[in-house]
Design a protein around this ligand. Sequence first.
Ligand SMILES: Cc1ncc(COP(=O)(O)O)c(C=O)c1O
Length: 395
Amino acid sequence: MQFADRLQHVETSAIRELFKLLGQPGIISFAGGFPDPALFDATGIAAASAAVLANNPGPVLQYGATEGYQPLREGIVGFMAAKGSRVAPDGLIVTTGSQQALDLIGKCMISPGDKVIVEAPTFLATIQCFRLYGAHIIGAPIDADGVDVDKLEALIEEHHPRLVYLIPTFGNPSGATMSLARRQRVLEIAVRTQTLVVEDDPYGELYFDAAPPPSLLALSDSVPGSRDWLAHCGSFSKILSPGLRVGWMIAPPELLAKATMCKQFSDAHTSNLSQAIAAHYLGQNRLGDTLAVVRKTYAERARVMAACLRRDLGAAISFNAPQGGMFFWARLTGANGKNANAADFAKRAVDQGVAFVPGAPFFAHDPDLATLRLSFATADVAKIEEGIGRLKRAL
Ligand SMILES: Cc1ncc(COP(=O)(O)O)c(C=O)c1O
């Protein structure tokens, strides 16, 4: 079959190949990017489902508005306000996961050959999605404080990108969180260079101790003009349920209108039933309690993973312990005399019964082959201890 030219630059991800191995019995997986299903508030979601079907079956089972189910748009406004972001209900659209928001941004903004700047490393699906639209993707270096803003500024001046895509808080895969000072500078640079910045924030609520710095969106009030150059993608996937497929996009009105038009051609609207369940759930004020459990559980798992990595892998691996989110980003140092190739290590690890994702696919170019991502979200503490022990045997 002859497929569209746009498919020429996109492959199914290398990570999927690894996932095929994970069906093997007894494997402990640090590879996935899923939240722990044991932490889903199934009781609360069941009650919300029953309530919306009993009280309001017509509208929630009917076609709905492309922009989103109005009570949920209002619920998201309240959720964002609690995080310090000011937005009106018609300043956002509900999307089918934040993945769809990213796809709509790609569709609306990127023509073949356009340049786009992302963090190196960044969320793989965004690289793939923007490539599908023909983007030439340029990676900006990051450290534990997020993107290197001086380098980012220089890259923007050099390449005049169509947009800059950032995950400022508890990045996937980096776990890194951008400092407040850098956030402010990113907004100033966006205004000065008139560059659209896309803030992807699915993990910001998953902090362990202190809340992270305010989002770029929350900060935009204090940087004049920056709201005109900022799009923000949010999601209930990592805090409530990814199966609901409810995310949202906040953007300047012109972009929001174009994205709404494209969404209409794509899925007409996000499932009304899912949206109504999410809206009802928010209205029940259960999210705070659910989040408290998730934060505590992930904090404990991250603490144990850090301790086990230090104890069992020692100088063979370096990493910055994250303050939230779901991931450790680590680097093989070669200090144990073995080659520091994470893909080779991943194969040996699967032989020992433990899986993780090598870091190379998360780079748009010039991959660091020594890097790897470990998720601490789904394995319990005993499995993390056992799994890191297996990693030691795989070294
Ligand atoms: C950084 C980032 N953005 C977006 C998504 C997409 O999430 P969803 O479409 O479920 O909202 C993910 C999921 O893993 C992610 O890690």
